[in-house]
Design a binder for this molecule. Structure first.
Ligand SMILES: *Cc1c(COP(=O)(O)O)cnc(C)c1O
Length: 345
């Protein structure tokens, strides 16, 4: 392990002797498997590959990232939790998040008793660089960047993110859950330059597999190794691995659905802009829109009362009177627009 990353890993984790599962110790092609106390009968009777190599090889082809630089988690949530547990000493270290942003960073830090420093985005939802540098101290281990950001939908300035990557001494986590919907490119090409970079992506959004719970992390082998050491041995089920492998074969379908979703998002945005009750529709690089209403609370009640549920984000900083609306099918979006046209609160 390179020195700089090793120094960031908690002492107990660096010294951890990991559990060796049966499928770790023997991964050849034995004819008789009597090593793992599995049932000898049935369809899903065997433990799955703990390191999900087939799935990783397929992802490597699609993402242009070597398989050994890929980690697969039980949703991105597992990756966020691992990052907190591996790099942050509870009660001592802290992480920086930039609200308004994804809620799980704060929850995972809280669960692990890791302090959170909140540095709000600027009014145009960009990193507040001087404020971030101000917040960093000797115990700051993680910096969470979400781009395109949830719930604002915008991409963060590439130059700012690169500057954070090259100057911050801890781990920078760039959450690219919505990258497929963005016109901006991924940071994957920066992986070879920055050993302290973790890029998170997910199969839950553009890939349409939220039910399978598959979150991805791309990082240096040092980081991947330590994640593999700490994760539960069989964190991804056989069913998830097989189904994802099958679905990942058809990239053409996903590309077409993503293109359709972006077209629908843009159409929905235009229609919303035409409504008198809408104050602002923020530009989006994701599959959702942040929309500012004259009275978001009332509109939210009206929509749920009529069986359409959106996300009320109006309590989030900088999101006064904002609802977050996911792009649905053309028909769902039309239902939403028609309902909003009839609103007279
Ligand atoms: C939806 C989302 C994820 C995906 O989480 P999974 O656990 O992989 O389903 C990650 N980050 C952000 C910002 C998201 O909005």
């Amino acid at each position: 392990m390179t020195n700089s990353i090793m120094k960031l890993v908690r002492d107990n984790i660096r010294e951890l002797k990991p559990y060796t599962a049966a499928r770790h110790e023997y991964s050849g092609n034995a004819a008789v498997l009597l090593d793992a106390n599995e049932s000898a009968y049935g369809e899903y009777n065997r433990y799955p590959d703990p390191l999900q190599w087939q799935l990783k090889f397929q992802l490597a082809r699609i993402k242009g990232v070597p398989a050994e630089n890929i980690f697969i988690g039980n949703g991105s949530d597992e990756v966020i939790d691992l990052a907190c547990r591996v790099f942050c000493e509870p009660g001592r270290d802290n992480v920086i998040i930039c609200p308004p942003t994804y809620g799980m960073y704060e929850v995972c830090a809280n669960i692990n008793n890791v302090a959170i420093k909140k540095v709000l985005l600027t009014k145009d939802f960009q990193p507040d660089m001087p404020a971030i540098w101000n917040a960093v101290d000797e115990n700051t281990r993680l910096l969470f960047i979400c781009s395109p950001n949830n719930p604002t939908g915008n991409t963060l300035n590439r130059q700012d993110v690169l500057q954070l990557l090259s100057s911050f001494k801890g781990i920078v986590i760039i959450d690219e859950a919505y990258i497929n919907f963005s016109a901006q490119k991924s940071f994957t090409e920066a992986l070879t330059t920055f050993p302290n970079l973790i890029i998170m992506q997910t199969l839950s959004k553009a890939w349409g597999m939220a039910g399978l719970r598959l979150g991805l992390a791309f990082a240096s082998m040092d980081i991947i190794d330590v994640f593999n050491k700490v994760k539960p041995p069989y964190n991804i089920s056989q069913l998830s691995q097989e189904t994802a492998l099958f679905k990942l074969q058809d990239t053409a379908v996903v590309n077409e659905l993503t293109r359709m979703t972006v077209a629908e998002r843009n159409r929905l945005s235009l229609l919303l802009r035409g409504l008198a009750i809408v104050e602002k529709v923020y530009d989006s690089d994701a599959n959702f829109l942040l929309v500012k209403f004259k009275d978001a609370g009332k509109v939210y009640e009206y929509l749920t009362g009529n069986k359409i549920v959106v996300r009320n984000r109006s309590k989030e900083p900088l999101c006064d009177h904002c609802l977050r609306i996911t792009t649905g099918t053309a028909s769902e979006n039309n239902q939403l627009i028609n309902l909003l046209k009839q609103y007279n609160g």
